[in-house]
Ligand binder design. Structure first.
Ligand SMILES: [Zn+2]
Ligand SMILES: [Zn+2]
Length: 350
């Protein structure tokens, strides 16, 4: 096997990505080496690309970027059981330490020493990636590669919806980025009714429709009145807040019903204000914060939803770019009208 590979790096502390020839990662104890078949772009990668305040604090260049992907196992490190060469895998991006308080309480996804692939360790925008076997998820061999590549972000939404207990319940999804789109699809697949999608970018209305949203409201309309009309003045059982914006949090708390649940997933850029008395305490609202995916309860639920045919995330994937054109793909992510859903990257040299 050759010794070097192409990779997308945050090579220095400044905006943009660079493609470089670097050594193929060495597998250590408990690791797999995976040849990347498809990768996907996440909002996190976009932050790192722009080199915003968060990434300046968190990212230590040089580092290979990317944490959403699928690929084939080409080498199995010492100490690994349950995986072999040729397995088709996707990756859980949260790398747990295995020994801290959370890890030993079935909460590896929020490990006290959590590392994230492509953020704290070298990631998957490369020909090969080193993946701790604890983070590998085996896919059926014939699984659609694009769907396999987006299971990590899809899993976030599966976790959000699972926490909401949505069967036969009304759900309002705030946000029309990939997380909001996936949450809409998963809510429908989980037999919620009605599923109300609150969008910002009109380009995404068509996709929301395809994903089965029962009502689609633009955030500039009177969201509260429309949600109340649809729910006979009660409010929704579950709010899935996938944006992190102050406005969506305010409106979300105003439309969740008394005794309902508010699932917080979108990450605000700073501290937010919350109507704690009127919006939460007096209404007896339950707020749940979601980070990552339960390892691996969420993945099994996602697998079941996908295999059942009820969950089809494909309409969310709107564009593919070769890995070589990563900077172009990142520009596309930023297009002002957001005329893009999830972008999937084809491997180098394809
Ligand atoms: Zn991500
Ligand atoms: Zn831990």
């Amino acid at each position: 096997m050759k010794r070097t590979m192409k990779a997308v790096l945050k090579a220095k502390p400044s905006p943009g990505f660079e493609i470089k020839e670097i050594p193929i990662p060495q597998v250590g104890y408990g690791d797999l080496l995976v040849k990347v078949r498809r990768a996907a772009i996440c909002g996190t990668d976009s932050h790192i690309w722009s080199w915003d305040e968060w990434s300046q604090k968190r990212i230590k260049p040089p580092i290979t970027i990317g944490h959403e992907f699928c690929g084939d196992v080409v080498e199995v490190g010492p100490g690994v059981t349950g995986f072999s060469v040729g397995d088709f895998v996707s990756a859980e991006s949260h790398i747990p330490c295995g020994t801290c308080y959370q890890c030993r309480n079935d909460q590896q996804h929020i490990c006290g020493n959590l590392k994230i692939l492509g953020v704290d360790t070298d990631g998957c925008y490369a020909e090969y990636v080193r993946l701790p076997a604890v983070c590998a998820w085996k896919n059926p061999k014939d699984m659609d590669v694009n769907v396999a590549a987006v299971q990590e972000p899809l899993g976030n939404s599966v976790y959000c919806v699972s926490e909401g207990d949505v069967v036969g319940k009304s759900v309002a999804v705030f946000g029309c980025g990939p997380a909001g789109m996936f949450a809409t699809a998963v809510s429908k697949a989980s037999s919620a009714y009605p599923v109300i999608s609150v969008i910002k970018h009109e380009f995404r209305r068509k996709i929301m429709k395809e994903l089965g949203a029962d009502y689609i409201i633009n955030k500039n309309e009177d969201v509260k009145k429309l949600v109340m009309d649809v729910t006979q003045g009660v409010g929704v059982d579950v709010v899935l807040e996938m944006t992190g914006s102050q406005e969506a949090i305010d409106v979300g708390l105003s439309v969740v019903r008394k005794g309902g649940r508010f699932v917080a997933f979108g990450i605000p850029s700073g501290a937010v204000k919350m109507a704690l008395a009127e919006g939460v305490i007096f209404k007896g609202v339950n707020i749940t914060g979601i980070n990552g995916r339960l390892m691996y309860k969420t993945w099994f639920t996602m697998q079941g939803l996908l295999r059942s045919g009820r969950l089809n995330p494909k309409p969310v994937i709107t564009h593919t770019y070769p890995m070589e054109k990563i900077n172009e793909a990142m520009e596309k992510m930023k297009s002002p009208d957001r005329s893009v859903g999830k972008i999937v990257l084809l491997p180098f040299g394809s």
